[in-house]
Write a protein that binds this ligand. Structure first.
Ligand SMILES: *Cc1c(COP(=O)(O)O)cnc(C)c1O
Ligand code: SF4
Length: 451
């Protein structure tokens, strides 16, 4: 049914990654100001920094530094650390402190930055009495799988705080062992219909390794698994993964096999700005994926200093639909990492969403948001209303730890400064939100020591 893919006409330059130790080799960096260079050196002692040749040459507009959105997305900037944290690291770096001293101070600062937001550690399931640390199971039908070898990315986003898990390994045997555990879990949990590969970025893996994770899920006795999703930023950071990388043809064949097994294969593509949609390479990558029957759904957090304008979102959704992708989520930036540089009040997030949503046609309105991935679930801000004389936020669960919470409107006192769910109070004089007693039970159970 799908035509074979057209030959790719935009071969990649070789993948070259740069870190805090090597970024001065980037030719464009020689034009940065001393302030910008100092900021990179100091902030990158705390936050992860990795950028690559495609991002540098194809996405960043070097005449617009430091405000360029993709520069801000990948390069450390001074304001990304709190002033006292910045001053502390600056004193150490300038004063010639040892690498060990710098590292110890960085670890302390990171502990202040909420490295495990939204109770992520509470979702680790067990199978036959063994904890499964590479699996998270928070919502009934969907299991998140973190393949060990997908825990890094082609470049790092400055707003991201997944660095606690950024490690590298490349070993097929390990993948098979992890897959055995996952398959066992899926066999015994027949209500799970979706497996979502996440990371880091699973598309960092070679096709042979990714296949050793995915092929076993296509077996007939796992008929409950109907959708395989892959969360990735590779379309934004290294689209050649799907076109001219040496194992790209095998990758598209793997995806074709998933589709031929009667399952849905969705790439959950992470795009933060329309610039990422405009290169010939990303356009070819999207065409190639679509030609083997892959669906592409898109998502992004709303980020101050990168995409906090409705026109940017409207433009992004329109272009995505034109490229045959499906807009899926607008997220509220998590309460972690360099949040004060990126965070947007909930009321402003809603205004940006609403304004953008009003300016696109129905085919773009598959997008849902703004949504907070919080401890009880994904909570969408439906809007600001006035009910019985009280100004309130109307909210609802898009996903909940208890599926019964989903799609019921509930209300919080309006608060123009609130940035996250835990800063909201119930409206109408109530003392707690409807889900809180049950949530307390769920959290209690998942932290109880197992017998
Ligand atoms: C978003 C998310 C999912 C997937 O939810 P969908 O509504 O099916 O897209 C699964 N697990 C976790 C922890 C999530 O945050
Ligand atoms: S690609 Fe995803 S996991 Fe990787 S740094 Fe960016 S947000 Fe984090």
């Amino acid at each position: 049914m799908f035509e074979s893919t057209t030959p790719f006409t935009h071969p990649s330059a070789p993948y070259k990654a740069y870190s805090q130790h090597s970024y001065r080799q980037i030719p464009q960096v020689s034009h940065l100001s001393q302030e910008d260079l100092d900021a990179i050196d100091i902030v990158s002692t705390v936050l992860p920094f990795k950028v690559n040749s495609y991002v540098v040459n194809e996405l960043i507009d070097w005449s617009n530094i430091p405000d360029d959105p993709i520069y801000t997305l990948t390069f450390p900037r001074r304001e990304m650390l709190e002033p006292e944290h910045y001053a502390r690291m600056e004193r150490l770096v300038r004063g010639g402190a040892s690498a060990a001293e710098i590292k110890a101070a960085a670890m302390e600062i990171r502990q202040d930055l909420n490295p495990h937001p939204a109770g992520q550690r509470l979702n680790i399931p067990e199978h036959d009495g063994t904890p499964l640390p590479g699996i998270q199971h928070k919502y009934r039908e969907t299991v998140l799988f973190f393949p060990t070898q997908g825990q890094t990315c082609h470049a790092y986003c400055t707003f991201c705080f997944r660095w606690p898990q950024f490690v590298g390994m490349n070993d097929v045997k390990f993948a098979m062992k992890e897959t055995d555990l996952l398959v066992g879990y899926l066999r015994d949990n027949r209500h799970v219909t979706d497996v979502l590969f996440t990371g880091g970025d699973p598309m960092i893996m070679k096709t042979s390794i990714l296949a050793s994770y995915i092929d076993p899920l296509l077996s007939d006795d796992l008929s409950n698994v109907q959708t395989i999703r892959i969360g990735t930023k590779a379309l934004g950071y290294w689209p050649y993964r799907f076109t001219t990388d040496s194992d790209a043809p095998e990758l598209l064949e793997l995806f074709r096999r998933v589709v031929a097994s009667g399952r849905n294969l969705s790439i959950m593509a992470h795009f933060n700005h329309p610039v990422e949609l405009q290169t010939p390479a990303v356009r070819e990558a999207v065409r190639g994926l679509r030609s083997v029957g892959v669906q592409i759904r898109t998502q992004s957090p709303l980020l101050k200093n990168i995409n906090n304008h409705p026109e940017i979102w409207a433009e992004m959704w329109r272009q995505q639909v034109n490229m045959n992708m499906i807009p899926y989520y607008m997220f509220v930036e998590r309460d972690t990492g360099s949040k004060s540089f990126f965070e947007v009040p909930l009321v402003e997030a809603w205004n940006i969403f609403r304004d953008a949503y009003q300016h696109v046609s129905g085919v773009c309105r598959t997008v849902r948001g703004p949504s907070m991935s919080a401890t009880p679930g994904k909570v969408q801000i439906l809007g600001v209303s006035e009910i019985a004389g009280e100004k309130v936020f109307t909210l609802r669960f898009i996903q909940g730890r208890n599926p019964d919470w989903v799609a019921r409107p509930f209300f919080a006192k309006f608060d123009p400064k609130a940035m996250w769910l835990d800063q909201l109070q119930p409206a109408f004089g109530e003392t707690e939100f409807f889900f809180e007693p049950e949530l307390a039970d769920i959290l209690q159970q998942s932290t109880d020591p197992q017998p």
